[in-house]
Design a protein. Structure first.
Length: 187
């Protein structure tokens, strides 16, 4: 702490604020604001246009339900008691793929970039996946997202495939990069 301000992000289980009746509305609104602002600024989070509040609320309900069933995890990052990021993974639903999960989203408020929020969120989600018995955690990223790709590599992910010019944003085309973290190789 410096002058009462937290320097490090505080990472919490996001299912608590997302499902507490008193906190859920504020959590969904803050999550929506982060996602809509990032997508509006061109971030690669799975939407071309910023998602609506209802889309984000439904997404959070789905992730919380999966997490409660042991099929996912939702993490939230706070700086100075303000939501500045969130991320989640979901287990594959096909029976033959159940030991595997996708790290679906890591979203960090632009004002908090460079403060270690993305690293802390990703590390917490990796720990959750390992503890849940996930064998292989996968993710994909847009090829021009070099900051995220560098972060994932530094946390042990390795690229296992790439679809050239697969993502279309208007006239722009970007590679889709597939990465994996194989816990079976880590013991």
């Amino acid at each position: 702490m410096t002058n009462g301000v937290t320097d490090e992000p505080v990472i919490v289980d996001g299912t608590e604020p997302a499902s507490d009746p008193e906190l859920a509305g504020r959590f969904a609104e803050s999550a929506h604001q982060i996602l809509a602002d990032l997508v509006g600024g061109g971030a690669a989070l799975g939407w071309v246009e910023p998602p609506s509040r209802d889309e984000v609320t439904e997404l959070l309900r789905h992730v919380v339900s999966a997490a409660r069933a042991g099929d996912g995890a939702l993490r939230a990052a706070y700086l100075d008691q303000r939501l500045v990021g969130l991320g989640y993974w979901l287990r594959h639903t096909r029976p033959t793929h159940r030991p595997h999960a996708d790290l679906e989203k890591i979203a960090v408020d632009a004002a908090a970039h460079g403060r270690g929020v993305g690293r802390a969120l990703t590390a917490a989600l990796i720990a959750d996946a390992r503890q849940s018995g996930i064998e292989v955690l996968t993710l994909d990223a847009r090829g021009d997202n070099s900051v995220a790709l560098r972060l994932y590599r530094s946390l042990g992910f390795r690229e296992y495939g790439r679809l050239p010019a697969f993502v279309a944003i208007g006239e722009q085309r970007y590679d889709k990069v597939f990465c994996m973290l194989d816990f079976r190789r880590q013991g």
